[in-house]
Design a protein around this ligand. Structure first.
Ligand SMILES: C[S@@+](CC[C@H](N)C(=O)[O-])C[C@H]1O[C@@H](n2cnc3c(N)ncnc32)[C@H](O)[C@@H]1O
Length: 445
């Protein structure tokens, strides 16, 4: 068991003592991971490993005494697969919900906005899907010449990853969906179904950090996979309760919600789980689905997508400029980050790690400042975040995102109501009590 850097740990102790910190494992341990999502209608359309649970929002609404309200305006700045939005719209038989999401990744935006649009479309979508699906099967089985272009990402030409006959069938399914005579929504649902088969019909596996080659894996047959997924979608659409709520997912930068959300239309609840500062790059992890659906035309577009994401990973070298440096909070942010920056070992990763720490803090401060301007007086902001260990051996230190964000939120005029520790992470690596995932509640000051 490795001792984490003691100076950084002491810094976190002092910070944490300023707020109410509780053991939230009973309430939240199973809700900060996607418990129940792969069995729940609409949520199950694409399995996002990094999602939180379908049951998180109802529990939060209850805890905050927001359940049973006549009206609820919700914002998720990092919508991912759309868990918040779908859960919010499912509330809406009792409550008039207005749910907005922002998501930067083109594929995840496709998934979340399609789920939301489908949920709102009502049960007639089921019939439309059935008809379009039959046409797709017919086109794939027939001699129709379908234009199937191989994505230019080299991963697809690796025959060990993508056996050619399976890839060709996967590409034919996409081409048939594009050819089918159907509505935009139905096409988007079918494309979601096809994209959700990319991983299972290959020998690639997402292990949480990266896409890995799994040589032992038996890739599934694309049309069988696709058909099974479409059948689930038809079932979900047909059994959907009509929702009077409004929901939308915008493609854009969740760090700056004011670019998209009218400042006068205040929110009751802002809830999100940002990318954690743990080097995971969503652009990379969901790249095969995004290339399959033609969201990137070339390597340049793929690379520029990375620059649009939160500075939580070192996959690209972001500019070394930080807005907080020229703000009135510069000294407070420097004081907050100094012990952590000093703990960064002086090795070849040093520059990237320091940039990640400063960039993440900069992004979070911008986010909290902007969110502060759109929260209602009685509103709340809830964030779910995980802390991570960096470095190794004697040089190991923890980035406690829950506490760093709480302090930044204070600088942006939020009050930290509670830090609820949902679960401890991989305690066998280090004995740091700060290696954990938390649910933090803020209210406007
Ligand atoms: C932890 S996931 C959110 C998962 C979501 N809570 C769910 O249950 O599906 C974080 C998301 O933030 C997205 N993201 C990264 N940078 C972003 C940015 N600048 N603006 C908006 N979204 C961004 C990632 O693509 C990813 O989908």
């Amino acid at each position: 068991m490795i001792n984490a850097n003691p100076t950084v740990e002491a810094h976190y102790e002092v910070l944490e003592a300023e707020w109410k910190s509780v053991d939230g494992s009973l309430d939240f341990e199973r809700l900060v991971v996607p418990t129940g999502n792969s069995e729940s209608p609409f949520h199950r359309w694409f399995h996002l490993k990094e999602a939180f649970s379908v049951d998180l929002l109802p529990v939060i609404l209850k805890k905050l005494n927001f359940d049973g309200r006549g009206e609820l305006r919700v914002l998720d700045c990092f919508a991912g697969g759309g868990t918040t939005l779908v859960s919010a719209l499912e509330q809406s038989s009792e409550t008039c919900v207005n749910a907005t999401g922002i998501e930067q990744n083109p594929f995840l935006h496709h998934v979340s906005s399609t789920k939301v649009d489908a949920l709102r479309a009502g049960s007639q979508l089921g019939q439309q899907l059935e008809t379009a699906y039959k046409e797709v099967v017919h086109l794939c089985d027939s001699d129709a010449s379908l234009v199937t272009q191989m994505p230019s990402l080299s991963t697809f030409s690796n025959e060990a990853y993508f056996p050619p006959h399976l890839l060709s069938s996967l590409l034919r399914i996409k081409a048939a969906i594009q050819r089918a005579d159907t509505s935009v929504l139905t096409r988007n649902v079918l494309l979601t179904a096809a994209a959700s088969c990319v991983e299972s019909t290959s020998r690639l596996r997402r292990d949480g950090r990266a896409l890995r080659y799994a040589s032992e894996r038996q890739p599934r047959e694309p049309m069988e996979e696709f058909s099974a997924r479409v059948q689930q979608m038809i079932e979900d659409a047909e059994s959907a309760r009509p929702t009077s709520g409004f929901g939308t997912v915008l493609r854009g930068d969740g760090r700056r919600p004011l670019l998209y959300v009218d400042e006068s239309a205040k929110k009751d609840l802002i809830i999100f789980s940002p990318p954690y500062p743990n080097n995971i790059d969503y652009t990379e992890i969901y790249k095969t689905e995004a290339w399959y659906l033609d969201f990137y035309a070339d390597a340049q577009q793929f690379r520029s997508q990375r620059f649009k994401t939160l500075r939580s990973h070192p996959s690209v070298r972001f500019s070394d400029e930080y807005e907080y440096e020229s703000s009135s909070d510069a000294a407070s942010v420097r004081e907050l980050l100094a012990p952590i920056l000093e703990a960064v070992p002086d090795d070849r990763y040093a520059t990237g790690r320091k940039q990640l720490i400063k960039g993440y803090a900069d992004d979070m401060l911008t986010l909290f400042r902007q969110c502060r301007r759109i929260i209602s007086d009685s509103g709340r902001l809830v964030y779910v975040v995980g802390n991570s260990a960096h470095g190794s051996g004697d040089a190991l230190f923890v980035i406690a995102a829950d506490l760093i964000m709480a302090r930044l939120a204070e600088l942006a005029n939020w009050h930290v109501d509670e830090i609820s520790v949902a679960r401890n992470l991989r305690r066998r690596i280090t004995n740091s009590k700060f290696l954990r995932e938390s649910v933090v509640t803020l209210s406007p000051v």
